[in-house]
Design a protein around this ligand. Structure first.
Ligand code: PMP
Length: 457
């Protein structure tokens, strides 16, 4: 029970919201979400919304109001809430076993609390291996233009998005950018007939420039998420794997967005037949019912920490206080069980195809829609002023489409916020439980928004 006016005022006066400009506090009431159920949320004013982005940032994979997860977390907290991860606990052991069963070739799970932190652990693993095995060489970590890996200084140093990075430098040394692989916006000099292999070859070029003996890892999103919902072009992943093996470079795949079913398989990389050395995940691991993230490695990576000339340096000397919380794995275990019991991977594949079909119809109808992309229930479309020039729509147009949907009760997302350009990709990532009727409501709202916004251009 609460007084909603008091909540809204307290929020306006005291909460510093993520990613919000100060004028928003002055010109409008903050949106305070007070309830969620299934695919829907309600704000403090009683407005109902269909959430097409699973908690705004692709997180609530199994939907809101899952009492079976809440109950499991409560039971776990009552029996044993916390002990540092130097000891084991029941849900962490059971969840790790279940997770590894879905990840052939992988072996060990290291727990922390956010996607950024999981990636930091991965970077520390790579750096320590560089020192243990390669005499301090191979400390460089390659990341890709347009990929996002987190909010801390090291993960920002590995992020290829200008708007996220600007004014936060200087960055951590030995993070090196490789070119993006967005076919729709293929680089001018690219081989358009063989784009996937060409784009992967650009990674090899960077490796050769830097010196392969200095490069320890390549960190990639399976499908670039916040950078524009960019599916890797055909041939890309095979070549990436080949390049990593050729130069003894660890492949770290960031599944923070795609992991746990978003694309119709347990993990995004599993669509492409690639075998990573390190996989990181967060968001959908417990669908937002608890904070949990995982850095999963192969047995070979784990083994690299087995011995050292100096036994005090031998092991992975990392610790995360709340990586030992039991609420995370307790929630994650039930989350996975729900995905299995409710056959959500199948649902994602089926509804994902339906969603993309409907978005392609929008493309036929609205010249504003330039390119439809994505996999499973992870979709995006770029809005352009003109299909030939592919000039992105301006900020006002892109935000008007979003605002129009919001006014009609559908929350949609937008990616690619890089200042002047590429603010133009609408992103959809509804919960994995979405029905055809939900998809219709989402796409109908976008259809109307595009009509309305185009009529005012
Ligand atoms: N990696 C990717 C691909 C992400 O999209 C995000 C979050 N948007 C992160 C890492 C960072 O996760 P977190 O916000 O939990 O730190």
């Amino acid at each position: 029970d609460f007084d909603s006016l008091d909540v809204v005022n307290s929020d306006r006066n005291h909460v510093w919201h993520h990613l919000s400009q100060h004028k928003a506090y002055e010109t409008s009431d903050p949106m305070v979400i007070v309830k969620g159920e299934g695919m829907r949320v309600w704000d403090a004013k009683g407005n109902e919304y269909l959430d097409a982005v699973s908690g705004a940032v692709w997180t609530v994979n199994v939907g809101y109001g899952r009492t079976e997860i809440a109950d499991a977390v409560r039971d776990q907290l009552v029996s044993m809430n916390y002990f540092a991860h130097s000891a084991g606990n029941v849900p962490a052991a059971l969840f790790s076993k279940k997770l590894i069963e879905k990840m052939p070739g992988m072996s060990r799970v290291y727990f922390s609390n956010s996607g950024s932190e999981a990636n930091e652990k991965a970077f520390k693993i790579v750096r320590q291996i560089a020192h243990k095995k390669y005499g301090g060489k191979k400390t460089k970590i390659l990341y890709r233009e347009r990929d996002y890996h987190g909010t801390t200084i090291a993960t920002l140093s590995a992020t290829g998005q200008l708007e996220r990075r600007a004014q936060y430098g200087p960055f951590v040394p030995d993070f090196v950018e490789v070119p993006h692989c967005c076919e729709y916006r293929a680089q001018e000099e690219a081989d358009k007939d063989n784009y996937g292999v060409w784009a992967a070859d650009q990674i090899e070029k960077v490796i050769l420039q830097e010196g392969p003996e200095t490069v320890g890892a390549l960190c990639l999103e399976p499908i670039t998420a916040g950078g524009g919902v960019i599916e890797p072009p055909a041939g890309y992943w095979d070549r990436v794997q080949e390049i990593c093996r050729k130069y003894d470079i660890l492949l770290h795949i960031d599944e923070v967005v795609c992991g746990l079913g978003r694309t119709g398989k347990w993990f995004g990389y599993q669509h492409y037949g690639v075998q990573p050395d390190i996989v990181t995940m967060a968001k959908g691991v417990a669908s937002g019912y608890a904070a949990i993230s995982c850095t999963v490695t192969t047995e070979a990576v784990f083994e690299a920490f087995k011995e050292d000339e100096n036994p005090r340096l031998g092991y992975f000397r990392d610790i995360s206080t709340f990586g030992g919380c039991t609420a995370g794995p307790a929630a994650a275990l039930v989350n996975m069980q729900i995905i299995e019991d409710e056959k959500l991977l199948e649902n994602v594949t089926m509804q994902g195809e339906y969603l993309r079909g409907r978005l392609n119809q929008l493309k036929e109808k609205h010249p504003l829609v330039g390119d439809v992309r994505g996999k499973g229930l992870f979709a995006g479309f770029e809005m352009v002023k003109d299909r030939t020039s592919k000039e992105p729509v301006d900020e006002a147009t892109a935000s008007a489409v979003q605002a129009h949907c919001m006014a009609s009760g559908v929350i949609i997302g937008r990616t690619n916020r890089s200042f002047e350009t590429l603010n133009n990709t609408i992103c959809l990532a509804p919960a994995l439980i979405a029905t055809q009727a939900d998809i219709d409501q989402i796409v109908d709202a976008i259809d109307e928004a595009l009509t309305e916004v185009a009529s005012k251009l």
